[in-house]
Design a protein around this ligand. Structure first.
Ligand code: 5GP
Length: 345
């Protein structure tokens, strides 16, 4: 046993210090970024915020709606080939540029990915997603996917430490998904005691990835636009959202009406609900590591996206960053013991 004594931080532990700025208006801030990748030579340009590959978030409808704003969707892995055909044959190229096909490490998943990418070679991203990215089996799977898809942009995760970021980049991933335990419907920390405060995970993993020419996605734990700004300020290249994009018309999941109020179902992909739906129940050697909740219905996702982007543009003006790319360089975090004033919450 060993104890690491340096304090690790989450979004709630910091604020971003304002700095002198020459920007006159939020409209002067450019949130688009252009990325080249470690292995793939495809170039991607857009606003690097992603809908999570959950079946109550990362849907085809979400992809179409948020691609219009330049945002990205990791499509959940539970669509059939027929559903993919219906979607991809009518969909504009901008949406196809802004999606990833998701897979676990199972044979069935990876064969479906192969088939989808053969039929729709315009899709450039593969998201290889497992709850625990630390296994040798996972690293071998990433190697195999790189061999089979030499020019696709491969996202792999989730991990939270620099050495595993390096190993996955060496195995063939371009972008590493970072986050264990911060998610809004995640109970990993409760069930296992394992986790890593998200802001420190971002800072440490980005340092490892950027040193090798890779990128990271901060995945999970953003509750408000300010958290997304902190994730970018901490060096995340992309930020992935689950809960903040759940509950919309485009989020999938059932609409529930109770006493005249509308809600939408939202659940973790390792929750009992998800396992009953997609895996025929919770296997008796494992525990569910996700919650099932109902969130107030939030209507069209456009309004949420406009609110999020407005918030981040404002962060940039507070620190004098005319482009999102400059935000990290201009960020000084201050450690705090308070956040917003809750008197009217
Ligand atoms: P959020 O933005 O809601 O805080 O976090 C979204 C992320 O939570 C997802 O992208 C995924 O990494 C993680 N997640 C989704 N479902 C589950 C689950 O059932 N268990 C755990 N441990 N994490 C989950």
């Amino acid at each position: 046993m060993r104890i690491e004594n340096d304090l690790k931080l989450g979004f709630k532990d910091v604020m971003i210090r304002p700095k002198r700025s020459t920007l006159k208006s939020r409209s002067q801030v450019n949130l688009e970024r252009e990325f080249t990748f470690l292995h793939s030579d495809v170039v991607w340009k857009g606003i690097p915020i992603m809908a999570a590959n959950m079946d109550t978030v990362g849907t085809f409808e979400m992809a179409k709606a948020i691609a219009k704003h330049g945002l990205f969707t990791a499509i959940h892995k539970h669509y059939s080939i027929e559903e993919w055909r219906d979607f991809a044959n009518n969909t504009d190229q901008k949406t196809l540029n802004n999606i990833a096909v998701s897979t676990g490490t199972g044979k069935e998943d990876s064969e479906k990915v192969k088939q989808i990418l053969e039929e729709f070679p315009q899709i450039n991203f593969i998201c290889i997603d497992v709850a625990n990215g630390y296994s040798e089996h996972f690293v071998n799977f990433v190697q195999k996917m790189r061999k089979n898809h030499p020019n696709k942009i491969i996202i792999a995760g989730n991990v939270v430490t620099g050495e595993m970021v390096e190993e996955l980049l060496l195995a063939g991933a371009d972008i590493i998904k970072v986050g264990i335990g911060p998610g809004s419907v995640c109970t990993t920390r409760v069930k296992t005691g394992v986790g890593y405060p998200q802001l420190s995970a971002i800072i440490e993993c980005a340092d490892a990835a950027h040193g090798m020419g890779g990128q990271i996605i901060s995945d999970g734990g953003c509750k408000i636009p300010g958290d997304i700004a902190k994730a970018f300020g901490g060096s995340a290249d992309f930020v992935m959202l689950g809960g903040m994009l759940a509950g919309h018309e485009e989020s999938g999941g059932e609409l529930i009406e109770e006493n005249g109020e509308k809600f939408k179902a939202f659940y973790g992909m390792s929750s009992e609900t998800a396992m009953n739906k997609h895996a025929g129940g919770v296997a008796n050697y494992r525990a569910s590591e996700g919650k099932t909740v109902k969130v107030p219905f939030k209507g069209n996702v456009d309004n949420t996206i406009i609110d999020i982007l407005g918030g981040i543009r404002s962060t940039c003006t507070y620190v004098g960053a005319s482009r999102l790319k400059e935000l990290t360089k201009r960020t000084t975090f201050i450690r705090v013991q308070e956040q917003e004033n809750q008197v009217y919450s």
